[in-house]
Design a protein around this ligand. Structure first.
Ligand code: ASP
Length: 425
């Protein structure tokens, strides 16, 4: 049976990281591996800047960013491949040549379309480099193009997967490749429209790709290799003491990522749960350690409280101007306006006269929200807030995380306590 492995940007950020990927793969001599890879290091962010420069028509910045990326990739090639005549040099050069030529074409009306055509190149580059390196090291490995296997709709930058078509494409063409090869290397984050144009699945979407391939091929397991020991009960950058969650259920993993735990992309788990495929989160620094396993059984879910913090939150209170009560009609009007503006609600609450929502300051500007509702509603807002979610809470953990904070909103269910707080200065 096949195992799916996913390596993110940090695990392929430089030559020694790529050598480490090869040494992890060599630990699995008996398995067939489908390896999903992200763009190297910070390439995706850089490519986003390339798209902005292209949109502005700023040729100087465009070319200088592309040259930086080219140097970055060629330095990696030079460390990994001694001979400049290796085919991989030509492949990478061609991709950069095509990218430079793109500037000559006018930027179309559709920003998201242009974004996907350019930003997708990060994964195309990284997978070519990694596959070539594996072949050079003697692995039986072949490069496959996720852009022709994962079918999405035309929603550029956030493609919605057409599962039926994707399953048809993947099982028809990927399974036969395993007869000749032990390793297949493909790109995370990418798909294609029915017309064959490249799409992306949303930032951090490579985990999701691993879930898509795993579901379609009905694999044995998926492993996401990370720079942390597994899923922790809190972000180690924010909490001094964290606990490794050794085993949790699919349902718990979905809840944690829904509330904002950033270890796995929220959409990844559902396809695996549907086919009961276990998901491992393991450290690429210490691959011999067990990490976390996410599977059906939920016996261990409530053993450790988990904390999820979201910063730079804005709490809006929306009241109909005509002083009518908040009932289904105006609630659905409010939701429609928010959905049209692509606003993602982190928390909500209503009273008879007002509806409160919490949004990320970075994603939606308060001015936009005021504008969105100005015709029929009064909107007040409060900035600089924090959203604290505690799964499997008890009173002492609540005391600890809310100390020295003013609580503006709180919600509790049996498993989850959530607080919108402001730091007391
Ligand atoms: N390279 C993409 C990103 O940085 C997708 C991924 O790495 O998951 O968002």
């Amino acid at each position: 049976m096949v195992k799916v492995f996913k390596f993110g940007g940090a695990s392929v950020k430089d030559p020694s990281a790529i050598q480490n990927v090869a040494s992890i793969l060599s630990r699995y001599p008996k398995d067939k591996l489908l390896v999903i890879v992200s763009a190297m290091g910070k390439t995706t962010n850089k490519l986003e800047e390339v798209v902005s420069a292209y949109q502005r028509g700023d040729e100087h910045t465009f070319m200088s960013l592309v040259h930086d990326l080219e140097d970055f990739h060629f330095q990696i090639l030079q460390s990994l491949f001694s001979d400049i005549h290796f085919k991989i040099y030509g492949i990478i050069e061609d991709i950069f040549d095509q990218l430079k030529l793109r500037f000559k074409k006018p930027f179309s009306e559709n920003f998201s379309f242009e974004y996907d055509q350019i930003v997708s190149l990060g994964e195309v580059l990284s997978t070519h480099v990694i596959n070539a390196y594996l072949v050079e090291r003697g692995f039986s490995s072949v490069w496959i193009d996720a852009r022709s296997l994962v079918r999405t709709d035309n929603n550029y930058q956030e493609g919605n997967v057409d599962w039926k078509k994707t399953e048809e494409l993947i099982s028809g063409s990927v399974e036969p490749l395993f007869i000749q090869n032990k390793i297949l290397v493909s790109q995370g984050f990418l798909g294609h429209t029915p017309e064959g144009m490249t799409t992306t699945l949303g930032r951090e979407g490579s985990d999701y790709t691993a879930g898509i391939f795993a579901y379609c091929l009905k694999v044995e397991s998926v492993t996401i290799w990370k720079d942390v020991p597994g899923m922790l009960n809190a972000d180690p950058k924010l909490f001094e003491e964290t606990v490794l969650l050794k085993q949790i259920s699919f349902k718990e993993a979905i809840e944690l990522s829904y509330y904002g735990a950033s270890v796995i992309h929220p959409k990844t788990v559902k396809p695996l749960q549907n086919r009961n495929i276990p998901l491992y989160v393991k450290s690429f620094i210490k691959p011999e350690e067990n990490g976390t396993v996410i599977q059906e059984k939920s016996d261990f879910d409530s053993l450790v409280p988990s904390y999820i913090l979201k910063f730079e939150q804005v709490l809006y209170s929306i009241t109909p101007k005509d002083f009518s009560f908040l009932v289904e009609e105006n609630l659905s009007d409010i939701f429609k306006r928010l959905a049209d503006a692509n606003a993602k609600i982190n928390m909500m609450q209503n009273s008879a006269l007002s509806f409160s929502i919490l949004l990320d300051r970075k994603k939606v500007n308060p001015e936009e929200v005021l504008q969105l509702f100005s015709d029929n509603y009064h909107v007040k807002y409060n900035e600089g807030l924090e959203l604290i979610t505690i799964r499997h809470y008890d009173e002492s953990t609540i005391q600890k995380v809310t100390a020295n904070k003013e609580i503006l909103v709180q919600q509790r269910t049996r498993q989850t306590a959530r607080f919108v707080v402001k730091k007391i200065e």
